[in-house]
Design a protein around this ligand. Structure first.
Ligand SMILES: [Fe+2]
Length: 263
C-alpha cells in the first residue's frame, strides 16, 4: 500500500458492447503470449480468453504457472477476468486432475456459459483428440462418455433465456468440428446439431496450429475461426456489428469475420 497503488479488479459489469482477446496453443511459449498480449489493446478488453493448449501437459503447480499463468497475472489476470476453454493438452500429465481447482466455473464443470453486454458465450471442453483406447491415455480417460454428458448439458444451456435473447451467440471450443480425427468427429456429431438448432453464429477454435476460416455449410450452420498458435483474435461486438479480427505478430489484421447482431 505504501509502495504501489492498491490493487483493483474490474468484474464483468453491464456493458453496451463486448470486447475480448483470444489466444490459444501457446504451449508454454511465454514470449509469444507476451507479444500477442502487447498487440491485444489489453486496456480496452473486457476479458481475455485462453482457448486451450496453453502448455504441452500439466506436471505441477510450478510448471503450470511458469508455462503461462505467471505471464497472464503480470499482464492482466490480476485486474480483469479471463476465461479458459480447456485444450486436449491440459488433460495430460499428473497435475491435470488439479486443473479445475485453479480455473473454477459457474457450473463446477469445465463446460459453462456466461453473458457479457448483449453477448451470450458458451465454452465447451473438447476433450482429447484421439480415441479413448489410444496408448497415449493408458486406459484412464473416458472422453466419449464425457462429451455425451456435456451434450446433455448443452441442450439445456442453449435454452437459457439470456442466451436465447442474446444479440450475439458465440461458442468457444478448442478443437474445431472438422472431423479430422476422433475428437473432432465427436464434436461434429454430438455438439454441432445442438448448436445449429440454437442459431449459434460463430465458433472460435484453435488446436490445428494454422489459420483457417471455414464458412457456414449445410452441416455446420455457422462459420468457424481456427486461430493459429501464433496469431491473436480480437473480438468487438457492438449493437451495430460484430467483428472478429485475426492479428499476426506484426500487428497486421490478416483476416476478419463480420457478423450482424441477431436483433
Ligand atoms: Fe490441441
Amino acid at each position: 500500500m505504501y509502495k504501489e497503488k492498491p490493487l483493483a479488479f474490474k468484474t464483468l459489469g453491464p456493458s453496451p458492447s463486448t470486447q475480448f482477446a483470444v489466444v490459444n496453443d501457446i504451449h508454454g511459449r511465454n514470449e509469444v503470449l507476451d507479444k500477442l498480449l502487447d498487440l491485444s489493446d489489453l486496456a480496452n478488453q473486457d476479458f481475455v480468453v485462453f482457448n486451450g493448449d496453453m502448455v504441452d501437459n500439466l506436471l505441477s503447480e510450478n510448471q503450470m504457472f511458469a508455462g503461462f499463468m505467471d505471464t497472464a497475472i503480470k499482464r492482466f489476470a490480476s485486474e480483469k477476468p479471463m476465461f479458459y476453454s480447456r485444450g486436449n493438452h491440459e488433460t495430460r500429465g499428473p497435475f491435470a486432475i488439479e486443473y479445475p481447482r485453479y480455473f473454477p466455473t459457474p457450473t463446477g464443470k469445465l463446460y459453462y456459459q456466461f453473458h457479457h453486454g448483449e453477448t451470450g458465450v458458451i465454452v465447451l471442453d473438447c476433450g482429447e483428440d484421439k480415441p479413448d483406447t489410444d496408448m497415449e491415455y493408458s486406459g484412464i480417460v473416458d472422453m466419449d462418455r464425457y462429451r455425451t454428458e456435456q451434450a446433455s448439458w448443452l441442450e439445456k444451456a442453449v435454452e437459457d433465456e439470456t442466451f436465447k435473447n442474446a444479440k450475439y451467440k458465440v461458442v468457444i471450443c478448442h478443437m474445431p468440428p472438422f472431423g479430422g480425427w476422433h475428437g473432432e468427429q465427436e464434436i461434429l456429431d454430438k455438439f454441432v446439431p445442438i448448436l445449429n438448432r440454437a442459431g449459434v453464429q460463430i465458433m472460435l477454435s484453435g488446436h490445428l496450429h494454422k489459420h483457417i476460416i471455414k464458412q457456414s455449410s449445410q452441416e455446420v450452420k455457422f462459420p468457424i475461426i481456427v486461430n493459429s498458435n501464433n496469431n491473436l483474435l480480437k473480438v468487438n461486438l457492438t449493437s451495430q456489428k460484430g467483428s472478429f479480427q485475426v492479428v499476426d505478430q506484426q500487428g497486421k489484421v490478416v483476416d476478419e469475420v463480420v457478423l450482424k447482431p441477431l436483433r
